[in-house]
Design a protein around this ligand. Sequence first.
Ligand code: SF4
Length: 294
Amino acid sequence: MALELQQYKSQTKPDWCPGCGDFAVLSALQRALQLLQLPPWQVLIVSGIGCSSNLPGFLSTYGFHGIHGRAIPVASGAKLANPELTVIAAGGDGDGYGIGAGHFLHAMRRNLDITYVVMNNEIYGLTTGQASPTSEKKHKTKSTPEGVIENPINPIALAIAAGATFVARGFSGDVKTLTDIMVRGIRHKGFSLVDVMSPCVTYNKVNTYEWFRERVYVADREGHDPHDFHAAFARAMEWPNLEEKRDRVPTGVIWETEAYPTYEELDPSLAAHGPPVKQKLTIENPEEVLKEFF
Ligand code: SF4
């Protein structure tokens, strides 16, 4: 019997501010899981800390609310322990591109088969409005009263350069395209980054829904080929751009390749012993194990 959308919803209602972009991300993710007919008990969603990191509690899948910036390490461990699980990491731009930036980079070069959904609102929302790694230059926030003086991170370009094999940008104001991206990202074998422009209606008064609606476009409707590396990198560099033209923000699947094996496929221990969840918990020859260490 087909799984219904309702079966992916938990009984806990989101506590986000009315109008927060994260509502659309939650809807798109629930819908994508249903379209893929993935049983909730075969899906794990791991998050870090921040408004958006409350997301796992609003789905009926397995969930793990981790610590700040550490969604990726927990998701990596879970995937390696049980490669049959569909593992999704989720969080915000401060969590993933700030404190968790090191984990983000290394997961991409490993090409672990996980999907990372970043709700990017270009501000720290939970702590009431400080500049984040994606805040635009000159943006006046609580922590930058004279305006941001650093260049923002470009997560799309960073992900392509670091070895992610699926890189996409969504927008909370376009749930249909976002759902399509989520379906493709989860289905993709390898590391998938889904960066979502998810406005913080309470603390970011610059990058609003209106701001994005004037600038976003879906790249493949303009002939973009996500399998063309150079075309993908050119799209990635369109925004944010350091010349501050900021005319257009490409969305949709920017880069996709099936050319590389996943970390799980290459891991010699998994090949020799199978996944840890299927191994016996007992140590049959403790003396042999001890010999390895002494
Ligand atoms: Fe969303 Fe911003 Fe409210 Fe947090 S503070 S729930 S990010 S609108």
